[in-house]
Design a protein around this ligand. Structure first.
Ligand SMILES: [Zn+2]
Length: 183
């Protein structure tokens, strides 16, 4: 199933999340100075993201958003998280709403869970439309994910500027160290 319509073409209370919102959520726990920092532990950070995407704010919404984000991060890192995703999606329905433009599918979910549901649906949409393009950064010390939009689909790092260059430099150092010096 696919979500039809863009954020602006549907009523405010039925905003549809896109790939960018998904990536912001997935990448909300970067490694800073060698330590994973979960920005979403801060209520204000979650609320900020939620407000930008039509959320209501509040404890329940934050709890569901964290659950959904954690589950998606786990799945994309190779850890099963289906029970948590099932929890988020429990009882959710998509209802066809006819209009002059055709049919619009609207998500029916409890208000405090709607944004978390849409986060999971945005992820499913990316998986369907861009198979094999969402993956973790190859830097083992990085916790970010990338969505490879390049034709070749060979991107390995969340950012060439940070992880790409750092790993290249490290490999170069290792190679130079392992090469026996003459004499
Ligand atoms: Zn990275």
């Amino acid at each position: 199933m696919k979500l039809v319509g863009k954020v602006r073409s549907v009523p405010d209370d039925q905003a549809v999340l896109g790939a960018q919102a998904l990536m912001q959520a997935l990448n909300s726990a970067p490694v800073v100075d060698g330590r994973r920092q979960d920005l979403w532990r801060d209520d204000h950070e979650v609320d900020r993201w939620a407000r930008e995407h039509g959320g209501l704010g509040g404890d329940e919404e934050r709890r569901w958003l964290r659950t959904a984000r954690d589950a998606l991060q786990a799945v994309e890192s190779g850890t099963p998280a289906e029970p948590r995703l099932r929890q988020v999606l429990a009882g959710v329905r998509k209802v066809p709403r006819p209009s002059a433009a055709g049919i619009e599918w609207q998500v029916e979910a409890p208000p405090e869970r709607r944004l978390a549901v849409e986060l999971v649906l945005a992820w499913a949409d990316v998986k369907e439309r861009m198979p094999g393009r969402l993956r973790p950064c190859e830097n083992p010390e990085c916790c970010l994910f990338l969505l490879d939009r390049s034709r070749a689909n060979t991107a390995r790092w969340c950012s060439m500027k940070t992880c790409g260059n750092r790993l290249k430099a490290r490999r170069h150092q290792a190679r130079t160290r392992d090469t026996p010096r003459p004499g």
